[in-house]
Write a protein that binds this ligand. Structure first.
Ligand SMILES: NC(=O)c1ccc[n+]([C@@H]2O[C@H](COP(=O)([O-])OP(=O)(O)OC[C@H]3O[C@@H](n4cnc5c(N)ncnc54)[C@H](O)[C@@H]3O)[C@@H](O)[C@H]2O)c1
Length: 338
């Protein structure tokens, strides 16, 4: 028997969700959007006979889905997700979890009270190179992690809402990199000192660049430098990474295969080095499809997805911690659920 879902939000990113939903044989019972024409347009494009409406309440009542896919804008995530959870549905939603920590905590509480699952699709986790980096670190090849650096520099001329946001880089993009730092190392945030700024000549209204120093668990330091207003010599969208352990270093940049060096002797000013042994991983279902597979696996076996809300709120807390630190001009503690 196939699972039944309601998709809420038929905008840009929904184009990345309908193909995997169809491929997995999910019954897309309804498509909801405040703009009815968007919902109808997606149904037509993907040859679906789904019920289309502007009302989530009506869609839930009429179709009684197993889960809701929340693809609305961040400001609507809390309302849509809480409504779906209270109606007895599991929810898989787009990043970022919410537009504030207060809303995110309300969503975690709604999941607990309903006894239903709420997971965030943090799509960059489902990627073979990212899984390779995670497994290589977990294998102990570079020893105990001490230092994480990520640089992200692009000259991105979007036009539209990002040009008007107060913190476009940190709120809209850095959530991916902050979450990847946690994914690669298994470490959680403790505190942050951050400075957001808007470079001279910027075509953005808000602070589109930032330097952040996170204190992570185990005393590890994660330094993040980024800008969407940096012309030339771009990094990858995934960021360029250096992860240092007490026995060696791994590099992952320009989307090339992760590689590195580890110590191979005990003598010399610079100790002799050898290439790091990389634990190569395959990820058959990437991006949103990977997230969806974890949700379906949960429905069939009860195995909790890695980006379940109690975990993902820690990545969101890094975002709001960095913004708070920059506004206050001082180090702040990063707190997730409480
Ligand atoms: N994982 C990724 O790489 C990635 C990439 C792009 C966007 N996203 C995320 O996906 C989400 C949606 O982004 P988008 O680019 O599709 O935005 P969009 O503006 O193109 O689409 C959002 C849609 O939601 C609808 N909507 C808004 N509030 C609603 C509500 N309360 N009920 C029903 N419909 C509502 C809008 O009418 C619109 O059609 C955002 O959270 C964004 O950050 C993720």
């Amino acid at each position: 028997m196939s699972e039944r879902c309601v998709v809420v939000g038929a905008g840009g990113i929904s184009g990345a969700w309908f193909p995997p939903l169809k491929a997995e044989g999910v019954d897309i019972a309804a498509i909801v959007d405040l703009r009815l024409e968007a919902a109808v347009g997606r149904a037509k494009q993907y040859e679906l006979d789904s019920y289309t409406t502007t009302s989530l309440r009506r869609a839930l009542h009429k179709t009684r889905p197993d889960f809701v896919v929340d693809l609305t804008v961040p400001e609507a995530h809390c309302k849509v997700t809480c409504q779906a959870l209270r109606a007895g549905c599991h929810v898989i939603g787009e990043k970022p979890m919410a537009a504030s920590m207060r809303e995110a905590r309300r969503m975690v509480k709604a999941a607990e009270e309903s006894g239903k699952l709420y997971m965030v699709s943090q799509s960059r986790r489902w990627d073979a190179k990212h899984e390779t980096l995670r497994r290589t670190i977990a294998s102990g090849e570079i020893g105990q992690v001490t230092t994480i650096n990520c640089d992200f520099y692009l000259g991105a001329h979007f036009g539209g809402f990002r040009d008007e946001m107060e913190s476009p880089l940190i709120l809209d993009m850095a959530i991916h990199h902050f979450d990847l730092a946690r994914f690669f190392t298994g470490l959680d945030p403790v505190a942050v000192y951050a400075k957001e700024f808007n470079p001279v000549g910027s075509w953005y209204k808000g602070d589109v660049a930032a330097s952040c120093i996170f204190e992570m668990s185990n005393g590890v330091i994660f330094t993040y430098r980024g800008s969407w207003c940096a012309e030339g010599c771009h990094t990858s969208w995934n960021g360029d990474w250096r992860i240092i352990g007490d026995r060696g270093t791994l590099l992952y940049d320009h989307d090339q295969d992760p590689h590195g060096q580890v110590v191979a002797g005990t003598e010399g000013f610079n100790r002799p080095l050898r290439d790091a042994a990389i634990v190569t991983a395959e990820v058959p279902y990437t991006g949103m499809h990977g997230a969806l597979r974890e949700l379906l696996h949960y429905l069939r076996t009860g195995a909790r997805p890695q980006t379940e809300c109690h975990d993902n709120i820690k990545s969101l807390a890094m975002v709001f911690g960095a913004i708070e630190s920059s506004r206050k001009g001082r180090r702040v503690e990063v707190k997730g659920q409480d």
